[in-house]
Design a protein around this ligand. Structure first.
Ligand code: F6P
Length: 514
């Protein structure tokens, strides 16, 4: 890459390897690619059926084959004229009916018109959920917190570790707190345990709502279905923040901002649906990921948002990519013959620079990095943002250029051992994604970009990106172990491998259970 950027055609390289869509600018010139690489990667995308599968998704086909479901989170953010159907039935009227309810409800809560059980204004909202019922809305509320000054304070509780809920409840007044129990299935252990404990806390004083696809379970839990915001099984949990799962977002920043988020997502959908493959941002990003994962064997990739507001984006992306594409079996049941999703990791810059960037610059494994940065900060403190951006750009430049032994010697350094330690080999790939500001619109586009990128890669690997069987087994095994931890008879009857058995015995000895 150093040589390519030293050539007279370097400016042309940047023009050739950059794209704009939906308010996002992508510079992907700092990759190990030539025009021929990109042409071949696009050919691979085409031959793997990316356009065909994309069209099947937009047509409402049951592309989630193992669960026999359509995949239509795109319908949630479609415009008024959209005509999405599932099994021949139009879905837009139901989507708009729920959106209308969300608008009315969020505006009433925010204005103080809708009060708690005892007539007091709602000052705090707790979203109880996990996975897709937590990471998406939590990330968006964090990213848009600069717009949240007139809304209730948001709290997110996900872990079944009671510490999280207890610490949250300690700070709040049940009479002024709205609890949202957010779960697609309404059976998830963590969420139901937290919801039961929260119910004890606000008994006779507080109020709870449900967000779910499972009306029967909501009723059985004791929430009146009239207090439920619906969504549907053709929306995957990790793609659900655009549905009523986003109620917490609408409460925090207002429904107009939530609607702008949908519009930003829609702008990326339209780009993904219509742009030629070579100018299609999700396709280009997806195929670059394939290039490094499958052709270079790079096992991880780093998301580095240079923005505290986007600090939860890496965690959101982990579920999106690793739950979607952490698979080993193709659609037809055969084993995948290539590596699938890399390990996704990262955190906000510049913090990462002082923790793990050493490895990214000089470690023995190459880690492709996606830098994401807003050009203007959500909160202005003089001088800070230029420093932040400068560091973002400098990291990408350092990764690409590196530092040669010759350059070090030219500074007068003569100690060859020292020089060896101070060389940066460079040629390390990164993408830089810029947006002018973090607005609901650009954030919506950013999220939809990574959703579609994940989808593109799943198509190339010929896997189902929309199921998650890999999380089932642990859940099943936890049930009997929970009983054995608290019940001597069950513990005596438990059958486990020697290691698990001894861990249970050790825990029982400390817990002093019956
Ligand atoms: O971790 C598995 C999973 O099913 C995720 O896919 C999902 O987002 C999460 O659990 C929560 O599920 P639910 O919304 O049904 O509580």
């Amino acid at each position: 890459m150093r040589e390519w950027f030293a050539a007279g055609s370097a400016k042309q390289r940047v023009e050739q390897f950059s794209l704009e869509a939906a308010g996002l600018y992508l510079d992907y010139s700092k990759n190990r690619i030539t025009p021929q690489t990109m042409a071949l990667l696009m050919q691979l995308a085409d031959e793997a059926g990316v356009p065909k599968r994309r069209d099947a998704m937009f047509a409402g086909d049951h592309i989630n084959a193992t669960e026999d479901r359509a995949v239509l989170h795109i319908a949630l953010r479609a415009g008024a004229g959209a005509t999405f159907k599932v099994d021949g039935k139009p879905v837009m009227p139901a989507i708009h009916a729920v959106l209308d309810r969300m608008r009315v409800f969020s505006e009433r809560v925010r204005s103080g018109d809708w009060t708690g059980f005892t007539g007091k204004r709602i000052t705090d909202v707790i979203n109880i959920g996990i996975g897709g019922s937590d990471l998406g809305p939590r990330m968006v509320c964090r990213a848009l917190s600069h717009l949240a000054s007139n809304g209730p304070r948001m709290h997110f509780v996900s872990n079944v570790d009671g510490t999280e809920l207890a610490e949250c409840l300690d700070r709040l007044d049940p009479e002024q707190t709205l609890v949202i129990v957010c779960s697609k299935t309404f059976t998830t252990l963590e969420t139901m345990a937290n919801a039961c404990s929260a119910r004890q806390w606000f008994l006779d004083k507080g109020v709870a709502l449900a967000v779910s696809t499972n009306v029967e379970a909501v009723r059985a839990f004791g929430i009146d279905p009239a207090h439920m915001f619906e969504f549907w099984d053709w929306i995957g949990g990790r793609f659900s923040l655009w549905s009523s799962v986003g109620l917490s977002i609408a409460l925090a920043v207002g429904f107009d901002a939530f609607e702008d988020l949908l519009i930003g997502g829609r702008a990326m959908d339209e780009h993904f649906r219509s742009a030629p493959l070579a100018q299609n941002m999700p396709v280009v990003l997806g195929m670059l990921g394939i290039w490094y994962r499958n052709f270079f064997g790079m096992p991880t990739s780093c998301m580095a948002p240079y923005s505290t507001s986007l600090e939860l984006f890496p965690a959101f992306l982990q579920q999106l990519e690793m739950e979607s594409n952490g698979k080993s079996v193709q659609l037809d049941g055969r084993h995948v013959r290539a590596h699938t999703a890399p390990v996704v990791w990262g955190s906000a810059g510049t913090n990462g620079q002082h923790a793990y960037f050493q490895l990214i610059h000089q470690g023995s494994q190459i880690v492709p990095v996606d830098f994401v940065a807003p050009l203007r900060p959500p909160r202005l403190l003089p001088g800070h943002h230029a420093k932040l951006l400068a560091n973002c750009f400098a990291q990408a430049e350092a990764l690409m250029l590196g530092r040669t032994a010759e350059a070090l010697r030219a500074t007068g350094l003569a100690d060859e051992i020292r020089i060896a330690h101070m060389v940066f080999e460079g040629n390390r790939p990164s993408n830089t994604l810029l947006m002018e500001d973090i607005t609901p619109h650009t954030l919506g586009a950013l999220i939809a970009l990574y959703e579609h990128r994940t989808f593109v890669q799943g198509v190339v690997w010929n896997i189902n990106s929309f199921d998650q069987w890999g999380v089932e087994l642990g859940k099943i095994l936890a049930k009997p172990i929970e009983g054995e931890l608290t019940d001597a008879a069950k513990a005596a009857a438990g059958r486990h491998d020697a290691s698990t058995g001894s861990l249970i015995a050790r825990a029982r000895a400390v817990l002093g259970s019956a």
